[in-house]
Design a protein around this ligand. Structure first.
Ligand code: 6PG
Length: 241
């Protein structure tokens, strides 16, 4: 089954941020026109920097945004490892988003409970009897091909019975996390990978060659579009795919 995949290679990291935020603005406008709400899922890592820089420049009805996490580290919000903590400090007060527009984990719970709790919180915004369908999921990818907190060889990559799964032994610190599972990721209307740097060129090539051993290679929206936005370094081997 071929996915509706679009690969965009631009020159620099700044160009990736511009391309990414242009796509976010368009997707948000279409979602708000269609559903009067914009349900977006954010990831951590370098994406936090891209959005901190780029989201300030977009035009959108911020009041219609509901912001979820594709994955989150189960650490206190004050911790430097908290993805929500980073977005809270870098976006709230900078763009017109309120804290209560973020659907956050309860970091005081162990990962197993935090995952169940997050499903309950998602169920407030999605019909309970079908898979949640995000308008947009923003994804990163590690040099090992992981995305969200779906790590190579980890059993939760095959998890299909829950919307959100706990991770207690993530190879990328911190070890305790929660993550959306593939059925939810692949039910999104749109997924965007924003990837930069020479360190990712080899793994990008492998993933775009559909190496399904790699979690990022299993992101294939069943009824949606998949975008890869790459800078010239991360896209160095594009011609080989
Ligand atoms: O919380 C996390 O760790 C992320 O959600 C994770 O999936 C991230 O997107 C990748 O590890 C890429 O991170 P970098 O872009 O920083 O390489």
């Amino acid at each position: 089954m071929s996915t509706n995949r679009v690969i965009t290679v631009v020159q620099s990291e700044d160009d990736v941020i511009q391309e990414l935020c242009d796509m976010i603005q368009i997707t948000a406008t279409n979602a708000i026109e269609k559903d009067d709400v914009f349900k977006i899922g954010l990831s951590g890592g370098s994406l936090t920097k891209f959005l901190t820089i780029g989201l300030q420049k977009i035009t959108t009805d911020w009041s219609k945004w509901i912001v979820f996490f594709c994955d989150e580290r189960v650490v206190p919000v004050e911790s430097a490892d908290s993805t929500y903590g980073i977005y809270k400090n870098s976006l709230i007060g900078v763009v017109p988003l309120d804290e209560d527009q973020f659907v956050k984990i309860d970091p005081h719970l162990p990962a197993e409970e935090a995952a169940k709790d997050y499903i309950q919180k998602m169920a407030v915004h999605f019909p309970p009897d079908c898979l949640p369908r995000f308008h947009l999921l923003l994804l990163g990818m590690g040099p090992d091909g992981h995305t969200c907190s779906l790590f190579p060889g980890h059993r939760i990559c095959d998890e299909t019975s829950v919307w959100v799964a706990p991770v207690t032994n993530a190879p990328k610190p911190p070890p305790s996390r929660i993550t959306l599972t593939f059925p939810v990721v692949n039910n999104a209307e749109c997924c965007i990978f924003a990837i930069t740097g020479a360190g990712k060129a080899e793994i990008v090539k492998r993933v775009l060659k559909e190496d399904e051993q790699l979690p990022a290679g299993r992101v294939k929206p069943t009824d949606g579009v998949l975008h890869w936005i790459l800078d010239s370094e991360a896209g160095a081997h594009i011609k080989d795919i």
